[in-house]
Design a protein around this ligand. Structure first.
Ligand SMILES: C[S@@+](CC[C@H](N)C(=O)[O-])C[C@H]1O[C@@H](n2cnc3c(N)ncnc32)[C@H](O)[C@@H]1O
Length: 223
């Protein structure tokens, strides 16, 4: 065997071993991700069955919908107004596991904030979450990074104020999701009017249940 031939065989074995290790590592990563997803889904099922009362959570279908949108836009930063016990936040985190992003969530009620912290930890997603306790109308000024998805799910009369304060921080191509858009209190009407008449926005509504979610796109090219 001449030297060149030996070198070629050596290189082939080296490359083959490298590829084999890479495939094993990729397989490990997939298995870990699948296990994490199963664990998160089990926690969500438990919250749905045992903590729903008094916590005003979105439905499971809405949770899945939030997950789909978050992963589809490859969100790096989700901002949620109205954490409650963390149910919808954990759905966001399920998507953020895939995108590598993070969640900032606001809750005014100390008891619910404490429960949410426990639940984020139990689901193993607490490393992705910043929970800000206090009145979000004041506290949102602390957001200084671009927002990919803004989820409004707190005081309905406050939606218009949250929109005014946070729209400049939503990136072009980002989404504003508003829960309970079938609530036609006059304050919600102000919000609905704002998101359906601003030419820089495109809004559609999805009614999976009787609650409704408004989905507003901040256009990339604003007219
Ligand atoms: C409908 S629940 C949120 C449900 C949660 N997004 C879910 O689906 O699991 C509304 C929450 O908003 C909180 N909230 C109401 N007004 C608020 C405010 N000004 N600032 C922060 N949180 C507020 C309430 O305490 C309540 O926990």
């Amino acid at each position: 065997m001449n030297t060149r031939f030996r070198m070629a065989i050596g290189l082939a074995i080296f490359t083959g071993t490298g590829l084999m290790f890479a495939a094993l590592a990729a397989g490990d990563k997939e298995a870990t991700a699948a296990k994490a997803e199963q664990h998160i889904l089990a926690v969500l099922t438990d919250l749905n069955e045992n903590q729903r009362q008094g916590n005003m959570n979105c439905t499971e279908e809405d949770g899945r919908f939030l997950r789909v949108l978050t992963e589809a836009v490859n969100a790096q930063h989700v901002v949620e107004i109205g954490t409650s016990n963390g149910y919808s936040g954990i759905w966001f985190c399920l998507a953020l596991q895939g995108t590598g992003g993070k969640l900032t969530t606001f809750e005014i009620n100390a008891g619910r904030a404490a429960l949410a912290r426990e639940n984020f930890k139990r689901a193993g997603v607490d490393n992705r979450v910043t929970l800000i306790e206090g009145d979000a109308h004041q506290e949102v000024v602390r957001i200084n990074e671009p927002i990919d998805i803004l989820f409004l799910d707190a005081d309905k009369e406050g939606y218009i104020d949250y929109l005014d304060k946070l729209l400049p921080k939503v990136r072009p191509g980002g989404l504003i999701l508003a829960h309970n858009t079938t609530n036609l209190a006059s304050s919600m009407r102000d919000y609905l009017k704002a998101v359906t008449t601003n030419p820089a926005l495109e809004t559609v509504f999805v009614h999976q249940h009787d609650q409704g979610i408004g989905i507003t796109l901040k256009k990339r090219l604003a007219p």
